[in-house]
Design a protein around this ligand. Sequence first.
Ligand SMILES: Nc1ncnc2c1ncn2[C@@H]1O[C@H](COP(=O)(O)OP(=O)(O)OP(=O)(O)O)[C@@H](O)[C@H]1O
Ligand SMILES: [Mg+2]
Length: 235
Amino acid sequence: MLSVRNLAVDLQGSHVLRGVSFDVNERELVCLVGRNGAGKTTTMRTIMGFRKAVSGTIEFGGRDILGLRPYQIAQLGVGFAPEESEVFAELTVAENIAMPTWTCPNPRPAEARIAEAYKIFPRLERYRGRGGQVLSGGERKMVSIARALALGPKLLLLDEPTEGLSPVIVPSIVEGLANIRSFGHAVFIAESNIYHVPDFTDRLYVIERGEVIFAGPPAEARRNPDVRRVIEGAV
Ligand SMILES: Nc1ncnc2c1ncn2[C@@H]1O[C@H](COP(=O)(O)OP(=O)(O)OP(=O)(O)O)[C@@H](O)[C@H]1O
Ligand SMILES: [Mg+2]
């Protein structure tokens, strides 16, 4: 479904991504794990068309999407929940979630897509009328993920869905991720804490200084000495 090969990205003269390759197949949940500054957000933003690549390829559904604009990539079926959530403060929760159904054509009816978004995080039902500016960080994360889902995406990119959240909230997010997967969407998650990676992750890639240094199941990653050295900071 998504196939990234040898992706290289330079930002202000520094080689931020240096030959990154990975795959996300239909219905898979795949995680990209790395320390702060490893290149996770740059990977996501390049897939979404917000960053230019120096070299490499990005294919989605068999089509080369490198060079397309972000709205075109969204219309092809890639939903994105950015690291900072970017919930619109002046809109309500309900308006934030409905927004992609106004802007992005999709064969599935808007009501069905919105209903699915609320199913993922049932507590959002109670916050429908609340303004974006009063939401907590955890609530903003949920709205941002629900909004990306209302697009009706084939693939959902989530940049650090549990970052900055209290340990009490993390399980509701992880439960939401399990729901998303059970509805048949493929999910690609960036995560800096390897212990926040859900156990039901199909494959985990570890990125360090712009290079993928490990690919495999999460349990294997947690045992791998190179991964541990990087993740636990002993380098
Ligand atoms: N616009 C930019 N100009 C120059 N350098 C940048 C820019 N954006 C990011 N970088 C650098 O690229 C590297 C990767 O940044 P990126 O945001 O992709 O990391 P990350 O893995 O998402 O980190 P975090 O876990 O902190 O979110 C960092 O060293 C960062 O300083
Ligand atoms: Mg980041």
